[in-house]
Design a protein around this ligand. Structure first.
Ligand SMILES: [Zn+2]
Ligand SMILES: [Zn+2]
Length: 137
């Protein structure tokens, strides 16, 4: 589960609200989920949410999960947006675990060197069942 980042001081109110919603969610949220949660705080337009999300993702405070078209707060205090980010997505409970793996990263680094491919970012999304769900089955 995502734990709180040391709070950056220069977030706008909307960015703070969106990050707060992501931090308190047990599973990834779509932009519309976020909008739903923040209506009471005065957010009305999807564009407000998208703008805030863009900035949060750009700064590595949140990540977009392409396969779910949803967002999670970054679970790592040391922003690793330049390196490899891996997400284990449980299809049972929807929980997402973020982790980094130095070995995979090294391998990919070697591959990139060999092929001359310039890597901008690498996101792995691993789908399956988490240990809790397997136990419950
Ligand atoms: Zn992260
Ligand atoms: Zn699960």
């Amino acid at each position: 589960m995502a734990h709180d980042h040391a709070k950056p001081v220069d977030l706008t109110r909307n960015q703070e609200l969106v990050l707060g919603a992501l931090n308190h969610a047990p599973a990834p949220l779509s932009a519309y989920d976020i909008l739903d949660r923040l209506r009471g705080d005065g957010l009305r337009a999807p564009l407000q949410v998208y703008r805030a999300l863009d900035k949060l993702v750009e700064r590595g405070l949140a990540h977009r999960l392409e396969s779910l078209n949803a967002f999670v707060a970054c679970a790592d205090e040391h922003c690793h947006r330049k390196g490899l980010i891996a997400f284990a997505i449980c299809e049972g409970c929807g929980k997402v675990d973020e982790f980094a793996d130095a070995v995979i990263e090294e391998r990919l680094g070697g591959w990139a060197k060999q092929t001359g491919f310039k890597v901008e970012r690498t996101t792995m999304e691993i789908r399956g069942k988490c240990a809790e769900c397997l136990k419950a089955a």
